[in-house]
Design a protein around this ligand. Structure first.
Ligand code: CAA
Length: 259
């Protein structure tokens, strides 16, 4: 697909969005743009039921490309109006389950890409952090917002103010990652989990939307959103398949079509 970001879809409806820019997958403007394109392609392709984002076996991504940003100005970033955020947001808004499989470093913009996923599976040797402060910056691709929503404001501030790194086990303890696996297993385990989601019904989209959008609303509005989406599941073919399968064969046996 792109020069640095590829999308490959397996026979089970799982797309791997692979970042590949040696040596550390630094996220240049082109990489952010390609990530944006990849996220849109995954959203549009009806064969794709779930997505794994992976940086390969050595490193997830060491953040925005510091060399490319060296001479950037306030005016350039201000004019972009959150261009970095847009790529990450396209991933976060993907209406399908997304798992980040993290080997090695996920720092700065790299960690922010993982924060846009529904789940983070980390290798035992993974290291995560928001080191922007050490460069005189703050996170600019969602880190100051998604991180505190995930781990709470105090832990987020520790990471953002201090610029330090956490190990996979520390990340697990604070809820920053959801599972930890040996380094040579993490991608496969993410794909396995993604295959289970890809076999799920169309209602998975509604579940994701209800949780993600509902969290940004007051409770009454969020409950109304849930009611509407609950009703919407009755317009799907998969809802009929699920009910017929339960009544004929009991729970958990349905083969869904994702429509
Ligand atoms: N951008 C560009 N190049 C980078 C880079 C980055 N973010 N991180 C590392 N590199 C380069 C290094 O300059 C080095 O290049 P050369 O071989 O040409 O010298 C090469 O990758 C290997 O790096 P190291 O020699 O430093 O390797 P290491 O194993 O000792 O350390 C590391 C790896 C921990 C990732 C370390 O390089 C590091 O701390 N990198 C910077 C991480 C960082 O600050 N990220 C935040 C960027 S700002 C951001 O992301 C803003 C935002 O919110 C969008």
């Amino acid at each position: 697909m792109g020069e640095f970001v590829s999308v490959e879809t397996d026979d089970h409806g799982v797309a791997t969005v692979r970042i590949d820019r040696a040596p550390v997958n630094a996220l240049s403007p082109q990489v952010f743009e390609e990530l944006h394109t990849a996220a849109r392609a995954c959203a549009d392709d009806t064969r794709i039921g779930a997505v794994v984002v992976w940086g390969g076996p050595k490193v997830f991504a060491a953040g925005a490309d510091i060399k490319a940003m060296r001479d950037a100005t306030f005016q350039e970033f201000y004019a972009q109006g959150g261009g970095l955020q847009e790529s990450v947001a396209a991933l976060a808004r993907l209406p399908k389950p997304v798992i980040a499989a993290i080997n090695g470093y996920a720092l700065g913009g790299g960690m922010e890409v993982t924060l846009a996923a529904d789940f983070r599976y980390a290798a035992e040797d993974a290291r995560m952090g928001q080191p922007e402060i050490l460069l005189g910056l703050i996170p600019g691709a969602g880190g100051t917002q998604r991180l505190p929503r995930l781990v709470g404001p105090a832990r987020a501030k520790e990471l953002v103010f201090g610029g330090g790194q956490v190990t996979a086990q520390e990340a697990l303890a604070m809820g920053l990652v959801d599972r930890v696996f040996p380094a040579d297993e993490v991608y496969e385990r993410a794909v396995e989990a993604a295959r289970r989601y890809a076999a799920g019904p169309y209602a998975l989209r509604m579940a994701k939307q209800a949780i993600d959008e509902g969290l940004e609303m007051d409770l009454d509005s969020a409950l109304r959103l849930e009611s509407t989406l609950f009703a919407a599941t009755f317009a799907t073919e998969d809802r009929r398949i699920g009910f017929d399968s339960f009544l004929a064969d009991g729970p958990g046996k349905a083969t869904f079509r994702r429509n």
